[in-house]
Design a protein around this ligand. Sequence first.
Ligand code: BDR
Ligand code: CA
Length: 312
Amino acid sequence: RRKIIIDTDPGQDDAAALMLAFASGEELEILGITTVAGNVPLRLTSRNARIVCELCGRTDIPVYEGADRPIERKLVTAEHVHGKTGLDGAELEEPTMAVQSQHAVDFIVETLRREPAGSVTLCTLGPLTNVALALKKAPDIAPRIRELVMMGGGFFEGGNITPAAEFNIYVDPQAVEVVFGAGIPVVMMPLDVTHQLLTTKARVARIASIGSRPSQVMVEWLQFFERFDEEKYGSDGGPLHDPTVIAYLLKPELFSGRHCNVEIETQSELTMGMTVVDWWRVSGREPNVQVMRGVDADGFFDLLIERFARLR
Ligand code: BDR
Ligand code: CA
């Protein structure tokens, strides 16, 4: 089983990623969930992570609270996409499970130092603030990370928070610079992949037909979440971003991409947070990221739905 830490800012699509991981215990061992400020402020992302754990009966997974703001920039949130709570769409009880007292950054550092080198994979579904702070605090952990799989960025597809930038990168570009410069094997799932993964009516109906409480709540979340993109892009359903990270660990053959150089814009206000992907390898800069671009969309949704059906 692959040991993972999931760093997240739930978010309906983060919730879908968590549920996919919860349903995949044969392949994945979740050492902990760490929360970060992103879609909504930290207090709410921590609340939402616990709501998802409780919904799926996974209160055994420890939740650690991390950074409440980006390294340098002021926090930008996305209530316009995810709603006031970050998880709008379903009526759920406030969570009762506790947050761990240890800080997420310390948990990441301690876990990587304790577990065998090369055994822990970091899965990031939000801004990279926690991972960057851990690397700054304890540079010795970098070579111990097996792989970092992240949702973020966009290149041919452009941005979703500004014309140039994808949300997770835009919120904390300085953090991404730290992570991409640390020599860690990074796999990036950009908008170029996630914009191909639309929650069409037919796919949502398949999730609804599972009939369990977690799948019912997921349908309500997806219906709320996709209204934003449907209005915006006129597509049948919205793109499902964050579960790509977990799907990659389960079935990497669903995705295709290239190992190339990626640098982050941190100076220009116009293009702040842009992922400058050297897809055609014209810069001569060293490849530092496995950038995904292709995805088998039907295969992805088959996996997602088959796994959701395991949750009761
Ligand atoms: C990313 O931003 C957030 O709104 C989503 O949860 C996802 O992680 C997509 O740009
Ligand atoms: Ca997210």
